[in-house]
Design a protein around this ligand. Structure first.
Ligand SMILES: [Zn+2]
Length: 411
C-alpha cells in the first residue's frame, strides 16, 4: 500500500477514507491486517473501524480461521452504506446509473438527447431522468450522497466548467457543475470522461486494478485516464490524458485542435465508419447496413462492430487498423509513464474489445526493450461499457470515502 495514513488526530476523515479504501480493496480483512496495509497504528485502526461501523459503511462479516490464537473478526464494506448517481454525457445520449457502495449498479437509464446543442435542456432532461431512476430503485435518500458527471472534455476543473467541447458543437464555456447542482439539489462532482472511467476502474477493480495503469476510453472520441500508484493524474488544467492529440499519424488529417498529426481523427467511430465507406464504397456499406451519415454514426458503429466481431474481413480490417493506431499511441504513453497495464473501455468498444486489445497488445509489446523490462498486460475494463457512468458515481463514493481522489483534487 503506497497511500499510508497518518496518526494525527485532526485528520480523522482522511484516515477513515484510507481504512475504508483498504477494506474495499481487500474485500474482507481483519483489524490486525489493516495496520500494515494503511500504515496506521492498531489503536488508530481500531478507532476508525468503530466509527465506520457506527456510520454503517462497513460490517463484521465472520471470522478468519484460527491459527492457535484468538479468531480474528473480518470486516467488509457494506453495500447499502451509501449510494450515488452517475451520469455519462455523450452528444447522442446520457447514461444514468444508481450505484451502491459495493459498486453494484442498482438501475440504469439511457436518455436520448434530442437537443444536444442546448446545455440547459440537456441538464434539465438528465436531472429529471435521474430523479425518476432514484425513485424507482428506492434507495434511502439520506444515504444518497450526490451526483457524479462524466463529460467529454476539455474541462476547466477548478471552475467546474466544460470548455468548447468538440463533441458538443455549439457549447461555449458551460458551468456544468453548478447547473447540475442547481437542477439536482445535491452535491455534484465532475471530471472528463476518460479520467472518470479510470477512477471507476480503480474503485471497482479492487486488487485487480491496484497500482498503476493507463485507461484508454473510446466513446464518441478517444481519451485516456492515468492512474499512477493508486493516484489519478489530473494535470495542471485537469485535462491529463488528452490521448486524441498524441502525434502518431503523419497522414495530414486535420484535428479539431488545429493539428494535423493527431490520433483522434483516425480512430473515432465516425472516422472508422467514414474510412470503410470511402475505401470500399457503397456496396460494402449497403452490405453491412451502414448509412454513412453523421446522424447515423451510433447505429452504423454498432453494425460495423458486430460485423467485425463475427469476422467480416472488411469490418475487422478497419477496426484492427484503428486498434493498431491506438496501440502506437499507447506504446508512447506506456514508455513515458512506465505502467505495466493498459485497460480498454467505453461504450464504443462493446463487442470489439478482444480485437482492439490484441492490436494494442502487439503494439505495446513490439519492441525488444519493452519485452526485456516487463510484458505489458492489455485488458478490457472490469466494469464494461457503462464504465463512464459507473465511474461518475464513484467520483462521489470514492471522493467521499477513498483517499486518492479527494487528496488529488485538492488544488
Ligand atoms: Zn488534435
Amino acid at each position: 500500500m503506497t497511500q499510508g495514513g497518518t496518526n494525527l488526530p485532526r485528520v480523522g476523515g482522511y484516515n477513515q477514507a484510507v481504512v475504508l479504501d483498504a477494506i474495499r480493496t481487500a474485500g474482507q480483512v481483519s483489524r490486525v491486517e489493516l495496520a500494515p496495509l494503511t500504515g496506521l497504528t492498531s489503536q488508530t485502526v481500531s478507532n476508525v473501524v468503530r466509527r465506520l461501523l457506527t456510520a454503517g459503511l462497513i460490517t463484521e462479516s465472520g471470522h478468519a480461521p484460527s491459527n492457535g490464537g484468538k479468531r480474528r473478526t473480518l470486516l467488509s464494506p457494506r453495500a447499502d452504506g451509501a449510494y450515488a448517481v452517475g451520469v455519462q454525457l455523450d452528444p447522442d445520449a446520457a447514461v444514468i446509473v444508481v450505484v451502491d457502495l459495493a459498486g453494484t449498479v442498482l438501475g440504469t437509464r439511457r436518455v436520448r438527447l434530442t437537443e444536444p446543442g442546448d446545455p440547459a435542456a440537456v441538464v434539465e432532461k438528465v436531472a429529471a431522468a435521474a430523479r425518476r431512476l432514484t425513485a424507482k430503485v428506492q434507495v434511502d435518500p439520506a444515504r444518497l450522497l450526490g451526483t457524479g458527471i462524466a463529460t467529454p472534455g476539455p474541462i476547466d476543473g477548478p471552475a467546474g466548467e466544460v470548455v468548447l467541447p468538440p463533441n458538443f458543437p455549439g457549447w461555449g464555456r458551460v458551468p456544468l457543475l453548478e447547473m447540475f447542482r442547481a437542477a439536482t439539489g445535491m452535491p455534484v462532482a465532475m471530471d472528463n470522461d476518460a479520467t472518470v472511467a479510470a477512477i471507476g476502474e480503480r474503485w471497482i477493480g479492487g486488487r485487480e486494478r491496484a497500482g498503476s495503469f493507463l485507461f484508454i476510453y473510446l466513446g464518441t472520441g478517444i481519451g485516456a485516464g492515468i492512474v499512477l500508484n493508486n493516484t489519478v493524474l489530473h494535470g495542471d488544467s485537469s485535462n491529463a490524458g488528452e490521448f486524441a492529440h498524441m502525434a502518431v499519424a503523419p497522414g495530414g488529417r486535420e484535428c479539431h485542435c488545429g493539428g494535423t498529426t493527431c490520433l483522434g481523427p483516425y480512430v473515432s467511430p465516425a472516422a472508422v465508419v467514414a474510412d470503410l465507406v470511402e475505401r470500399y464504397g457503397r456496396p460494402a456499406a449497403v452490405r453491412l447496413g451502414l448509412e454513412g451519415t453523421p446522424a447515423a454514426v451510433h447505429t452504423d458503429w454498432q453494425r460495423l462492430s458486430r460485423a467485425a466481431r463475427r469476422g467480416d474481413a472488411v469490418a475487422e480490417g478497419v477496426v484492427r487498423e484503428a486498434g493498431a493506431r491506438i496501440g502506437q499511441a499507447a506504446r508512447g504513453a506506456v514508455a513515458l509513464l512506465d505502467v505495466s497495464r493498459v485497460v480498454l473501455g467505453g461504450e464504443a468498444v462493446r463487442g470489439i474489445e478482444e480485437l482492439m486489445c490484441e492490436e494494442i497488445e502487439s503494439a505495446v509489446n513490439a519492441t525488444a526493450v519493452a519485452r526485456a523490462i516487463r510484458p505489458i498486460a492489455v485488458e478490457k475494463s472490469v466494469i464494461g461499457d457503462a464504465v463512464g457512468a459507473v465511474g461518475a458515481a464513484s467520483l462521489i463514493l470514492h471522493g467521499a470515502y477513498a483517499p486518492g481522489w479527494r487528496m488529488l483534487t485538492e488544488r
